[in-house]
Structures are given as C-alpha cells and as structure tokens.
Design a protein around this ligand. Structure first.
Ligand code: PRP
Ligand code: ORO
Length: 180
C-alpha cells in the first residue's frame, strides 16, 4: 500500500458522509467529506503530511498555511512530515477576521512577508476559502506559489484558482473516493 492509497482508504472510512448538506458556499450537496476526521486522526495525519509534501515536492516554498480551520492540521502535518524527513517548513494560520485584541493579527504563526508560500486546504468546493487565504497572504507581503488541497470536489475550485493566476493541485479526487 502506498501512502496515497492508505490515505484514500482513511478518507473513505472516516470522512465520507452521505446525506443532504449545506456547504460553506451555501450550495447544497448529497455528501460531505468531513476531512477533520482524517486530518486530526493519529494514523491518517502523518499520511496527509507525506502525501501533500510529495504533491508539491517540485515547488519552491518555505511556509505553508491557509484559512482556519480546515487548513490548519494540513499545514502542521506537512511541517511535521518535512521535519521528519530532515527538512524545515514553517506554518501559518489565516484567521477568518483579524483578532481584535493582543497583536490584532489576521495571520498567526510564521511571518509570511517576503516569503514564498503554499496555500493549502483540506477540501475545496468553490475555492473561495483558499482564495481568501491567498488574498490575506498577498496583503501581508507573501508570494503565493500555488494552492494545494487534499480532496478536490470537482466543483469549480480548480477553474477559480486558475482564473486567479495560480496553479491548483490536489491529492485525491472524487473518482478516488468512488463518488464520481
Ligand atoms: O472551497 P470552498 O467553497 O471555500 O469550501 C471549502 C471550505 O469549506 C470547509 O470549511 P468551512 O467553511 O466549513 O469552515 P471550517 O474550516 O472553519 O470548518 C473546508 O474546510 C474548506 O475550507
Ligand atoms: O464545501 C464545503 O463546505 C465542504 C465540503 C466538504 O465536502 N467538506 C467540507 O469540509 N466542506
């Protein structure tokens, strides 16, 4: 079994929920992929880190993050996988709105200014959440090299991220999960 096939098995087992749901975009769907059940699972999280690092191994970046909450465990899994392989990757979290006390930051964690950054997501439907993170990173002076997601739902995220001039990659699609 490869890391990717093992990850797909975990997603099918833990995350795919059939039933009518309302998504972040307000759209309706017949299934939900509850990726937090995977990205916060002790066996699956290391797979997420390795599979996602492999997906973007040819890209040059040294910081990774995205819009909280779905992106957070993906970014930290990548950080830990890179460290386990003897490398270094810093992570950041884009808040949905700037914190109103303390340091009043929109982006927590490593400073992205002047750095090459990968924006990640656990799953993308419209790509709106990923693009919100892209905008926040750009406002903070970071250069986004690409958007990478664990599961792509095949519902326009690739096109929308592409229209924003960015490369879009995903590790797993609906066919992999038997949902297409
Ligand atoms: O591509 P999109 O149309 O933006 O949809 C995907 C987003 O929806 C989910 O998060 P959600 O908004 O439910 O919030 P959460 O991460 O805080 O749980 C998921 O983690 C993505 O961030
Ligand atoms: O579009 C979403 O909100 C969404 C879809 C999905 O399958 N999983 C998820 O966490 N969010």
């Amino acid at each position: 079994m490869t890391d990717r096939s093992d990850l797909i098995a975990h997603i099918k087992d833990l995350a795919v929920v059939h039933g009518r749901v309302t998504l972040a975009s307000g759209k309706e769907a017949d299934y939900y992929i509850d990726m937090r059940r995977v990205t916060l699972d002790g066996a699956a999280s290391p797979l997420v880190g390795r599979v996602m690092n492999e997906l973007v191994a040819d890209l040059d970046f040294d910081a990774v993050g995205g819009l909280t909450l779905g992106a957070d465990p993906v970014a930290t899994a990548m950080l830990h996988a890179r460290a386990a392989a003897g490398g270094r990757l810093d992570a950041f979290v884009v808040r949905k709105s700037a914190k109103e006390h303390g340091m009043q930051r929109r982006i927590e964690g490593t400073d992205v200014a002047g750095r090459r950054v990968l924006v990640v997501e656990d799953t993308s439907t419209t790509g709106g959440s990923a693009l919100t993170a892209v905008e926040a990173v750009r406002e903070a002076g970071g250069e986004v090299v690409a958007v990478a997601v664990v599961v792509d739902r095949g519902t326009g995220a690739a096109e929308r991220v592409g229209d924003a001039g960015l490369e879009y990659r995903y590790a797993v699609d609906l066919a992999d999960l038997g949902l297409s």
